[in-house]
Design a binder for this molecule. Structure first.
Ligand code: ADP
Length: 494
């Protein structure tokens, strides 16, 4: 019988499904956006029902387009926006508050208090994370503190906590399953990445009742039977991973040292560090990259807040391009810009600087500098920031021999050549740049036994273009010096 795999990608701005055949060719796909809710400055929420109905809608649509029913699907894989926090009533399945999204900063003061009280070293040692609002624990504590009666109901076992994967598993299985996978658990700041268990000292610190927590499974496991009406039949969920980890798996980054960099709205670099959980000296995050057959591979992760969204800034705010792809032709005719430097620190600077109050700047303009220089320099800035992350990773002990890239920006060939030049490392773009959703499908296929083992995923990865570094060292050094000088000028904290 032909195998059909349904992969669900529940992202921050939209939900997607892709149906794959045996050889991971796409049979159908569907995508639907859903509203972002900004109740006040720094807060970001999603309506859990909007997440759910969008997942149902894209599931229905892709099944219809492929002329399949749920019963024809041999395995479902799920990947998701990470850290986003939901709490629901175990009886009714209704959430008691909106989903608090990873970008939400409402618990910044609480995190500062905990840091001030000296807890960060313990939290980092156990979770690999920084004590930051980004992660689920303080968002969950906030819900328990601000929804009437929530804490008592949580302690009595009436409520369930979950990240988005866990919420979808609950809904898809009609409330039968309350589970998550180790990659999503590793982003909650309640999970000890070394023991692979919820950590009682952390739960005590954040005052979280253990009764709220889901079971933590491998990424390829029996996550339950999805029997929701949107499927029109039953199908097993067999794979789950958070979005960046799924992208690493989709890039077949299964071995020590393999590294992927995703260029979407932001940029996320994730390196597979195998059995070693490297503690970063440069504020990178240590996380679970994947857990298969009980074996954990750790990862080192760094991110740049603004990547593709800088193209949107050029388009929507400066209005000097009509669409992001135009940047490629502009950079091609302009060539590398060595005087103008754009620092797109619109939301502060992330690793390795961690300066949340820094802001953007355009430096080095002369009378003849114009739009082409600004557009090209903006592309260059994204490569420089990747270099800063890779330098931090190298200092922490991991220096990949090649970087695999994906995400919307990698359509830009000029950017990828410049990236290879600046990283002094070859950059590889696969034929299939939809790594995230593909990773979820791989996990499900792996558990279903459709693929013999990781080797088959490695074989399935096909190179589109490899960009070799070819810039002279003197030019690269001069450009990086100009970049670091510009960064120094926008920093507010040393
Ligand atoms: P996300 O998954 O975060 O929504 P995508 O992976 O879909 O993002 O990538 C979209 C981003 O890629 C947008 O911010 C867009 O500006 C950028 N982008 C798309 N095409 C190009 C291009 N040819 N050159 C540069 N940037 C691009």
């Amino acid at each position: 019988m032909a195998h059909r795999i349904l992969a669900i990608d529940q992202g921050t701005s939209s939900s997607r499904t892709v149906i794959y055949d045996d050889s991971f060719a796409v049979l159908a796909s569907a995508q639907q956006e859903f509203p972002q809710i900004y109740p006040q400055s720094g807060w970001v929420e999603h309506d859990p029902e909007a997440i759910w109905t969008s997942v149902q809608a894209v599931t229905r649509q892709s099944l219809r387009d492929a002329s399949l029913a749920g019963g024809d699907i041999s395995a479902i894989g799920i990947t998701n926006q990470r850290e986003t926090t939901l709490v629901w009533d175990r009886e009714t399945g209704e959430c008691i508050y909106n989903a608090i999204v990873w970008q939400d900063r409402r618990t910044a003061d609480y995190c500062a208090e905990l840091k001030h009280a000296g807890h960060e070293t313990m939290v980092a040692a156990k979770t690999g994370l920084r004590l930051d609002p980004y992660f689920s624990a303080t968002k969950l504590a906030w819900i328990l503190d601000h929804v009437d009666g929530a804490r008592a109901r949580a302690a009595a076992g009436e409520l369930a906590f979950g990240t988005v994967d866990c919420f979808l598993l609950w809904r898809l299985s009609g409330g039968e399953r309350h589970c998550t996978d180790a990659t999503n658990a590793s982003r909650t700041m309640m999970f000890n990445i070394h023991t692979q268990e919820w950590d009682s000292e952390l739960l005590e610190l954040f005052d979280i009742p253990a009764a709220l927590l889901p079971e933590v499974m491998d990424c390829a496991a029996e996550f339950g039977i999805a029997n929701d009406e949107c499927l029109g039949g039953n199908a097993p969920v067999l794979g789950v991973a958070g979005d960046q980890q799924a992208a690493l798996i989709g890039q077949a980054g299964l071995e020590y040292g393999m590294t992927k960099s995703t260029y979407g709205t932001g940029c996320f670099v994730l390196a597979n560090t195998g059995a070693a959980a490297l503690q970063s000296e440069h504020q990178l995050l240590t996380t679970v990259a994947m857990r298969l057959r009980g074996e954990v591979s750790y990862g080192l992760e760094g991110s740049v807040f603004v990547a593709g969204s800088a193209m949107q800034w050029l388009r929507d705010e400066l209005r000097i391009i009509d669409a992001a792809p135009e940047s490629e032709a502009i950079a091609e005719r302009t060539g590398v810009v060595d005087d103008v430097v754009v620092v797109p620190a619109f939301a502060g600077l992330g690793a390795p600087y961690w300066d949340p109050t820094a802001r953007g700047a355009i430096l080095g303009m002369s009378r003849g500098s114009g739009r082409d220089a600004i557009v090209t320099a903006t592309l260059q800035a994204i490569a420089y920031q990747t270099r800063d992350l890779m330098d931090a990773m190298a200092d922490d002990g991991i220096s990949p021999s090649v970087i695999r890239v994906d995400g919307g920006m990698v359509a830009n060939n000029w950017f990828l050549q410049f990236l290879a030049d600046i990283l002094e490392t070859p950059v590889e773009r696969p034929t299939n740049v939809e790594s995230t959703v593909l990773g979820a499908a791989y996990l499900a296929a792996f558990q279903a036994g459709h693929v013999s083992g990781p080797e088959q995923l490695t074989e399935n990865w096909k190179l589109d273009v490899r960009y070799e570094p070819r810039m002279a060292e003197s030019e690269r050094n001069a450009l990086l010096a100009g970049w670091h000088d510009a960064v120094r000028r926008v920093r507010t904290q040393e």
